[in-house]
Design a protein around this ligand. Sequence first.
Ligand code: CMP
Length: 226
Amino acid sequence: MDSFDLIRSIPIFSVLEETALSKIVDIGLKRKYTKNSIVFLEEETGAILFIISTGKVKVVRTDDDGKEVILSILGPGDFFGEMALLDGLPRSATVVALDESELFIINRREFLNLIESSPQVAISLLRELTRRLRKADEQIENLSLKDAVGRVANVIIQLADDVGKIKKGEVVIEDFPVQQDLANMAGTSRETISRTIHQFMRHGYVDQRGNTLIINEYEKFKSIFS
Ligand code: CMP
């Protein structure tokens, strides 16, 4: 996808006219990241907005013992790094490239100019931030109210919504995270992840082929567990 099509496909910018879209393409830059490279670290100062052109990234927080929690996995068309630009505080999380990725970057001043000059961009940005807050609220509920099986199911649903591909009622999640990452996301142990996924497989809810997970009847799975 060229930069113009990329920018046009992003909900926060899709409201803009062609000239404004071309201007963003002119002011931005493309950067390549290799698999597992760090885009930035939590607590760094930040002056850049990132838009994912190709690849996937994980947004993580790490505690003092080095234990990592994945807050979200973002893919093509998603943006990140807006929080430090908006409130001037350090980066709220670390972002790591999960694949070889190409990111389109815009500096803080240009990003703020866009928001100041276009109320539609501001509203679209608020809509996306609201969506993320709703999701974070669901994660809080998931972690505090559900039992371990429910938490594992909800992590699978979260991944399906973030990066899954829908095919005739089933959802395919490629590059399904390793069991320790899933455990950190679900607030449980690696053993519970292994046991629960096998239980889901026995019930025919999911299939696993290598590092791809398939949810056989996604709507049914969702209605049982969310
Ligand atoms: P910033 O704080 O600048 O750097 C880390 C980025 O991760 C942050 O901006 C957001 O873009 C992104 N981020 C933080 N928390 C979440 C979340 N819960 N869901 C999705 N993205 C997030």
